[in-house]
Design a protein around this ligand. Structure first.
Ligand code: NAP
Length: 286
């Protein structure tokens, strides 16, 4: 496997097996330089979002890469909608994201969270997601995004969406790392032909405090980050490592020569709860 290898989604689309994370990469030099370094290191899949407020910087790095001869069809760009609550607002938010990204289309557009606080009472997550999904389906028909999906959805959110969706979600982007593996949700995604993207593969940095991972990494002559990403791939997940440090960006791509033994995978599986957990999407404060 390499950074250009792909998973095949339920609709036949091919998505590069590792994505480059950009949450908390500051708009301007930081995000621009990070994405530039990622493209140089061979990443072909970039994950951003409206609420990261860095789409313009991501777009600048991508535009330069394309101007230097890179092919758009070799890239996979994901962005996400934030607190929109109507079909039109979802569609318009994507147009706005595309403008910032300097792109004609994205490869994947996600509902970022299933049940944001402002809609919990009225109109409720079912109605809100049904409406934004209509706008996202129109965006697919109009060529603004190749694929649509979801993020942070639990089974009850997925079931509700599937009642009215005419295009099924192909991806659910959720937190998965050794400390919180969300196995039931991962199985649920799989049973519905939805690929699980594993965000916060390092627990936003918290994973590095688990001592036993350092011992394991030393055994493979690799870093903790590399071992955790290899574990994620071994589980058939699509990890989204974030870094703004060029040496780490390159390091996080040197993972395809690692073959973890089943005992070591089991040892990592046993690290649950040691470095934080995911947020309940029905209780988050935004
Ligand atoms: N859909 C959602 O709701 C959602 C939520 C969270 C995240 N995500 C996506 O998933 C991506 C990754 O998650 P995350 O941002 O929470 O963080 P993460 O990838 O779990 O961890 C990033 C942290 O680890 C550090 N790091 C990276 N590589 C390292 C290495 N080789 N050695 C030591 N430290 C290293 C980074 O530092 P430096 O940057 O300083 O190098 C940063 O502090 C996000 O950027 C975003 O694209 C999505």
């Amino acid at each position: 496997m390499t950074l250009t290898d792909t998973y095949t989604l339920a609709n036949g689309a091919k998505i590069p097996v590792v994505g480059f994370g950009t949450w908390q990469s500051a708009d301007g030099d930081e995000a621009y330089t990070a994405v530039k370094a990622a493209l140089k290191a061979g990443y072909r899949h970039i994950d951003t979002a409206q609420v990261y407020h860095n789409e313009a910087s991501v777009g600048k790095a991508v535009a330069e890469w394309l101007a230097a001869g890179g092919k758009r069809e070799e890239l996979w760009i994901t962005t996400k909608l934030w607190l929109q609550d109507s079909s039109e607002a979802a569609y318009d938010a994507l147009l706005e994201s595309l403008k910032k990204l300097q792109l004609d289309y994205v490869d994947l557009y996600l509902i970022h969270w299933p049940n944001p606080a402002p809609f919990r009472e009225n109109p409720g997550y079912e109605a809100r997601n049904r409406e934004v999904w209509k706008g996202m389906e129109k965006a697919v028909r109009d060529g603004l995004t190749k694929n649509i999906g979801i993020s942070n959805f639990h089974p009850h959110h997925i079931d509700a969406l599937l009642k009215t969706a005419t295009i099924a979600p192909v991806v659910n982007q959720i937190l998965v790392n050794p400390s919180d593996q969300q196995e039931e949700l991962v199985s649920y995604n799989k049973a519905h032909n939805i690929l699980t993207e594993a965000y916060s593969p390092f627990g936003t940095g918290k994973i590095f405090s688990i001592d036993s991972l350092s011992t394991l990494a030393a055994k493979y002559h690799k870093s903790v980050a590399q071992i955790v990403l290899a574990w994620s791939l071994a589980k058939g997940l699509l990890p989204l490592p974030k870094s703004v440090t060029p040496s780490r960006i390159a390091e996080n791509a040197e993972i395809f020569d690692i073959s973890l033994s089943s005992e070591d995978i089991a040892a990592i599986d046993a690290l649950k709860g040691q470095a934080g957990s995911s947020n309940n999407p029905d209780e988050v404060g935004f």
